[in-house]
Design a protein around this ligand. Sequence first.
Ligand code: HDD
Length: 688
Amino acid sequence: MTNDGTAKDRQLSDFRVNADEGTLTTDQGIRVDDTDNSLRPGERGPSLLQDFHLREKITHFDHERIPERVVHARGAGAYGYFEPYDDSFSEYTQARFLTTPGRRTPVFVRFSTVAGSRGSADTVRDVRGFATKFYTEEGNFDLVGNNIPVFFIQDGIKFPDFVHAVKPEPHNEIPQASSAHDTLWDFVQLQPETMHMMMWLMSDRAIPRSYRMMQGFGVHTFRFVNAEGRSTFVKFHWTPKLGIHSLVWDETQKIAGKDPDFNRGDLWEAIENGAFPEWELGVQLVPEEDEHRFDFDLLDATKIIPEEEVPVRPVGRLVLDRNPDNFFAETEQVAFHLGNVVPGIDVTNDPLLQARLFSYLDTQLIRLGGPNFPQLPVNRPVAEVANHHRDGYHQTAIHKGEASYHPNSVGGGCPVLAGDASAYTFYPQQVDGKMIRKRAESFNDHYSQATLFWNSMSVWEKKHIIGAFRFELGKVRRKHIREGVVRNLAHVDHHLAVAVAEGVGVASPEPAGETHKRSSPALSQAVDPVRGVATRKIAILVADGVDAADVTTVSEALTGQGAICEVLASIDGSVHDANGETLEVDRSIKTVGSVLYDAVYVPGGDGSVEELGKDGDAVHFVTESYKHGKAVGGSGRAAQALLERAGVPVPAEGVVTGDAAATEFTSAFTEAVAAHRHFGRDSENVPA
Ligand code: HDD
């Protein structure tokens, strides 16, 4: 799909190659009339070395792979644009893409999981990367964030240790894309600074329903710098328009088998369907003079600034409206780097951030094979590039002239130095001190914000967190590691520690002292959730004899609000409705599963419901939907009986039965779908 709307799209057009036209040639442009048989003496003879087509084809194939990213290997990307609402932040930053009303800056965003390999499943428990490349008129700005606002460690020098611990264990490369193993939890128990992040990782934030329904954070404290050179500390936030929604742990594991591309496919489909994902960029601003006003250090990436203390102020909107043309060329080769900043944005002394400033550039050299990766189409800035960098692997520019040095007179002194405020200048921060390897004391509190997070959770969120700790630690073979983690948890919340200990077969720890009672409602997914049915997927289960009017009424009510309804039957093709008419089926129940949908509806028609009742997969579909907190709907007495047979109590929260023709039914069912999940249900005993 192409769209020549933005400067970036126009630039990319020069590189696009149509694979669906032309005559087959070699890389040298020589036409080929047979690509199925290698050259050989006689039909049964050995292949000849002189067959340049064979050699070129195999050689190119042999070299198709590049090293996957050492972390964030699994990802999906899309193009779009960012647009500020107004110029209200120009008093804080001279970054014009954030302050010029109406200016649409092209972007490429790549979402990712962290621990898994390139081919791993999307729905594992993990942090999600949210990296945005803004192709601004002043050069590229990369905001390389995550969907969780804090990090595991405080100093980048610990990053290799952390990553070695979380990745599959080195002796047998097990487990893939999972933190539920000894080495990760060993690191965690010995490194209490991980505790705040681990609370987030064990929460539903780590299993998002969709990339389109998760927040993003720059994590570190950055600086805004205005035209007068005044600096203000800033934290970046992305807030999804569709609200923050998650899957259920049991569901994610099943999706990993049924559709390992669940999140990737969801993003792709939404964009193809024109339901363009959207986020609001917000900032928390802290004046330079308030740097030390908090009970944590602004330079500590294991801490948030509670939104109740410093509100998030809206800056503009991000819209993703175009899928890439080629996964490898664009999504795989995109190279992010925290050092890509534009005038008006600067870094701070956060020791995690400082190490990242080295790591991202360094990693691209091995991953993309040399220093010319900024010339790759997806990485090229739309701002003009002119410098004395030359040569290197994969140089594609043909630099003319004799002068490749500065200063020069041979080339007329070009390119000249920017002699005005358009140049990037670092904020002239005062820096002095003795060279030491020592963490600041202000980084010492590892538990208060973990407790803040826990205190802010709703009842069901707490339940899910306890379940996650029990699952993860339950996979840890060494008892002393489980005990160590539980001991650390006692500093977060004693009840939590006891609940986890009980689930993983270790003694309950002693209380580790009084924990504070503060909370931050903004941390909970249960507070003011965004409701809506747009892009929700609803399964409608049918068989011969179905009441087609029910199907039409309910699907029209939902699709009218942007939902996607799919008609499922035991076998693909079509069924006959109660009037003998043909009703097309979208998919067979056997090829999907309730976990791929947000809600289920059983229309009326006694014959249809009776048939469905004979199909264990159909009954299980309903049971499982209920267990996972999804909206369940049914019309007619037979449908209600089927729900009951499936173990769904009628009535119950999010369970809606009634006549499809009645507006009370469609509006109640729509409401139930809009709520996303109904965790008030007592569905623990439901087998599914
Ligand atoms: Fe990182 C990739 C986010 C700490 C070193 N990181 C990477 C990506 C994201 C993040 C989203 C994927 C980019 C893409 O889609 O290509 N990383 C973070 C966040 C961090 C963080 C939010 C903490 C606040 N990272 C971090 C540290 C180091 C790295 C402390 C090293 C000192 N990260 C890398 C890397 C990667 C990377 C090895 C792998 C591939 C790449 O950079 O391009 O350099």
